[in-house]
Design a protein around this ligand. Structure first.
Ligand code: SF4
Ligand code: SF4
Length: 294
């Protein structure tokens, strides 16, 4: 089975998101993984060309050794996934960019909504500039993650002038921010998410979706998802989580995802909460749902 080695290489971040899920980022933990940690994980687990390196943070591109870490991982596997807020990606040299399989970049809404959420007045422009630069070179490099933060506004980014260009990208993720205040609006968010899912699927985009209770989606959208599924997972559910000083834990990423008491017996549990409890997400490719990494 394909293994995943997931590391938060730094907890520094140039955004200050309202609901940052990283305790260490919020606390300003000053701890970086180094190449020696990576060499150790490689020796320990003998990761091979089919395995996945996931590089996250904080904002991983702020790590002074980011390029070296990407190059090290690339020597062992071409499957490198990076989580980035996108602000500094425009400065990434092409020889590093080329080594990364997929970069997940979140967008929280139009310029005002995004900047307000991440508490930085330059963030949106810088992120969009990075996206446009990378998109001009490769429309399969980025996974643009559309997050719903305001149930009233829906996904305001789709009404922005930038969206007309960004729709050229091939990979999208749809999710909602996990925030207690939004739980009450889950149905409204899922209804908006249904519209976005439908539009992207109509354009035959590759679409991941997570943290959305499926029974709250529009019925037509749900039927479309359930029509064709291949849920054979090729991934080892035990993710290797690397930390500094050669420490690691191996565990199934398990976030709380039992939304309702009825989830326990629901027939859609496998592609809904079961996947979301771990580090996996349903991805729709050419109309068929598969299990893939977030
Ligand atoms: S960009 Fe990511 S790491 Fe940085 S504050 Fe926002 S959620 Fe946290
Ligand atoms: S598992 Fe729970 S949230 Fe998902 S569709 Fe079933 S009842 Fe809804």
């Amino acid at each position: 089975m394909r293994r995943i080695c997931y590391c938060n290489i730094t907890y520094k971040c140039n955004n200050h998101c309202r609901c940052c899920i990283s305790h260490n980022v919020r606390k300003g933990t000053d701890r970086n993984l180094c190449l020696d940690d990576y060499s150790f994980f490689q020796r320990q687990f003998s990761l091979c060309s089919n395995d996945v390196w996931t590089i996250s943070g904080g904002e991983p591109t702020l790590h002074p050794g980011f390029h070296d870490i990407v190059s090290f991982c690339h020597d062992h596997s071409k499957h490198i996934i990076v989580y980035s807020n996108g602000r500094t990606l425009s400065k990434l040299p092409k020889e590093i960019l080329i080594k990364i399989e997929r970069i997940i970049v979140p967008i929280y809404g139009d310029e005002a909504t995004h900047n307000e959420y991440v508490s930085n007045s330059h963030a949106y422009r810088e992120t969009i500039d990075s996206i446009m630069k990378i998109l001009a070179y490769d429309e399969n490099k980025l996974d643009i993650k559309l997050l719903f933060v305001d149930p009233q506004k829906g996904m305001s980014f789709l009404k922005s002038p930038e969206w007309n260009n960004i729709i050229a990208n091939n990979h999208f993720s749809i999710s909602r921010v996990i925030d207690d205040g939004l739980q009450n609006h889950c149905r409204d968010i899922c209804q908006s998410a249904s519209d976005v899912l439908d539009s992207l699927l109509d354009l035959n985009k590759v679409v991941r979706f997570y943290d959305l209770p499926l029974c709250e989606l529009r019925r037509e959208t749900l039927s479309r998802i359930l029509k064709s599924m291949d849920l054979t997972s090729v991934y080892d559910p035990n993710v290797i989580c690397g930390s500094t000083e050669r420490r690691y834990t191996i565990f199934p990423f398990n976030k709380q995802a039992d939304y309702f008491p009825k989830c326990e017996t629901c027939q859609n549990r496998l592609i809904c909460v079961r996947i979301m409890q771990n580090y996996f997400a349903p991805v729709i490719i050419n109309g068929v749902v598969h299990i893939d990494t977030e």
